[in-house]
Design a binder for this molecule. Structure first.
Ligand SMILES: Nc1ncnc2c1ncn2[C@@H]1O[C@H](COP(=O)(O)OP(=O)(O)OP(=O)(O)O)[C@@H](O)[C@H]1O
Ligand SMILES: [Mg+2]
Length: 348
């Protein structure tokens, strides 16, 4: 019992002024008070214990949190590092996509150069023969014939010059294409540019796959004047879209052949002027783009082509190029019927 209460209790017991009843009542009160005091003391000890365990737990939690913070920091650093690596890989891939489209172009270019080269060779040969003839006529003194032959030779040389210049233009175009990103805007005849790349894409594909064939439709708006663009960049967009269109009709064609259905693979290219914009559209009657894929086609690396056949960068690069010209690249498609891509570029 508490020392103070014990003293009070002893005092009550020995008191001569209290009756036995009063003593009993007071003794009970003192004992009750002692009980209450003991309980309070016990509670206090318990609270103290809880407080100590809580403090220990808190310390542990803080330590654990610190661990977790460190782990997050570490994984953050790792993420940063792999992001850097990813960016490097991406730019490497973009570079190799550029090289790949250059490869596609080369086959087309070889075909395009072959034509003027044939002209140059043939006309040179004929001119040589004509000059030999001229020598004979000179010796015989037939001046009228000499004059006629000289005229023919002059005409031939003009043709040689014309075709030589054409080959020169093609090679220059090729060099421009391979020079990456240094492109500056210049005043360009859009119809000419589109037609040039259409032919390059077509012959490029034909030279890789002799069985490939498609009907080509062109509809150029002659009222289009020159437009300020980076020619090799817009050329690349056109090449990408046309290559995709040819791929789509070719795929459908192969499928229809196995089913014995009649189908004419057709790719149509058109230009248009609309108020302050020009539009270049590339349309095909392939199988269209399923809704599921439509949201993703402009994402880098999205492709449905078999591994090794597509990088999935064609449309994302095209999108960036058109955006850089303050333009828009839109797509309309119907499953099973075909797809139309529209490039819209402001004139000013
Ligand atoms: N004309 C089209 N018809 C049907 N699907 C198309 C057409 N154009 C694009 N696609 C779809 O969009 C995807 C992405 O096209 P994108 O040009 O970006 O890459 P890719 O053609 O697959 O590869 P890459 O152009 O790098 O060779 C294609 O794989 C195809 O599924
Ligand atoms: Mg493509």
């Amino acid at each position: 019992m508490n020392q103070n209460l014990q003293t009070i209790l002893d005092f009550i017991q020995q008191s001569k002024h209290l009756s036995e009843d009063e003593k009993a009542t007071l003794t009970k009160a003192a004992k009750d008070a002692d009980k209450a005091l003991t309980i309070s003391e016990f509670k206090l000890v318990r609270t103290e214990k809880v407080k100590r365990t809580t403090a220990i737990l808190l310390e542990e939690t803080i330590e654990e949190l610190e661990h977790k913070r460190k782990a997050i920091e570490d994984s953050n650093n790792a993420l940063q590092k792999s992001l850097k690596e990813l960016k490097a890989t991406q730019s490497q891939l973009i570079q190799s996509e550029k090289m790949a489209s250059l490869g596609e172009l080369t086959a087309g270019i070889a075909h395009e150069i072959q034509n003027p080269l044939n002209f140059v060779n043939n006309f040179s040969e004929v001119s040589k023969e004509l000059l030999e003839e001229m020598q004979e006529e000179l010796e015989e003194g037939n001046l009228e014939d000499v004059k006629e032959i000289a005229n023919d030779v002059i005409q031939n040389l003009e043709k040689i010059l014309h075709h030589g210049q054409r080959a020169d233009g093609i090679v220059k175009g090729m060099l421009m294409h391979s020079r990456s990103n240094s492109g500056e805007k210049e005043s360009v005849d859009i119809n000419n540019l589109v037609d040039e790349y259409l032919r390059l894409a077509y012959h490029g594909l034909r030279s890789k796959d002799k069985s490939f064939n498609a009907k080509l439709e062109t509809n150029y708006d002659d009222s289009i004047k020159t437009v300020n663009v980076v020619p090799q960049d817009i050329g690349r967009v056109v090449l990408n879209l046309i290559t995709n269109a040819f791929y789509a009709v070719n795929e459908k064609n192969l499928l229809q052949e196995t089913q014995g259905d009649k189908y004419e693979p057709t790719v149509s290219v058109a230009t248009n002027t609309m108020k302050n914009n020009i539009e270049i559209s590339v349309k095909d009657n392939g199988n269209g783009i399923p809704q599921k894929a439509l949201d993703k086609i402009f994402q880098p690396f999205f492709t449905t082509k078999p591994t090794g056949q597509g990088t999935g960068l064609g449309l994302s690069l095209s999108y960036d190029i058109v955006k850089a010209h303050n333009g828009e690249l839109k797509v309309e498609t119907k499953e099973g019927q075909g797809t139309k891509f529209i490039i819209k570029i402001p004139i000013i």
